[in-house]
Structure formats: C-alpha cells, structure tokens
Design a protein around this ligand. Structure first.
Ligand code: ZN
Length: 105
C-alpha cells in the first residue's frame, strides 16, 4: 500500500520526528542522501536496455518503445530507445519472423 508523506510522518515517534526536524533545520543533508539513494534504487530496478544500441533507458523519465513479439507460447519483449533503433530492430525481427515461419513448414 502506498503511503503519502503525512501518513509516513504519522508512523514516526517523537524522537524520530525531532531528528528529522533537526536534519531539515540544518540543510536536510541526511534526508537528501536517503532520498537520492531511494530514487537511484528505484531507477536501477526499473532500468531497461535498448535491444538495438544497448543504451540504458529509464522508463520513468525517458522516451521508450516497448514491443512484444514471437509465437503465442514463446513471447519475447524488447525495449527500444528511439524510432531509429526500432527501424533497425525491425530488420532483425524480419529475419526472426522468416525463421519462425520456416520452422513451421
Ligand atoms: Zn537504442
């Protein structure tokens, strides 16, 4: 369950609230460090790699194309960072499609 800041603060005891207030009154260095660490953790856990050029894509902030392809029993997913990469990847998809059709016949 997602919690908002008010709900998170409601869970802190008086001592933790005083520590937080002290940190904020003194430039919030500790809070900034914790926030940056948490943001980086979320970004790293959600990072995709462009199937064509290998560039890292942050789906939370970057442009991204997601495609799904393959046979019904073996679907694959690819992430692409641009339309140019999609166009190049389409050529690989064409050969994958040809092989798949050949193996059926
Ligand atoms: Zn790319």
């Amino acid at each position: 369950m997602k919690k908002n800041v008010k709900e998170i603060l409601n869970e802190l005891n008086y001592e933790d609230l005083m520590k937080l207030k002290y940190d904020i009154d003194n430039g919030a260095l500790h809070l900034k460090r914790l926030l940056n660490k948490k943001i980086k953790e979320i970004e790293q856990n959600n990072m995709h790699t462009c199937a064509e050029c290998g560039r890292k894509i942050n789906p939370l902030t970057d442009f991204e194309i997601k495609i799904e392809y393959g046979e019904p029993d073996f679907k694959r997913r690819a992430y692409l960072c641009s339309v140019d990469c999609l166009m190049d990847f389409a050529k690989e998809l064409k050969s994958i499609e040809i092989k798949a059709k050949r193996s059926k016949n």
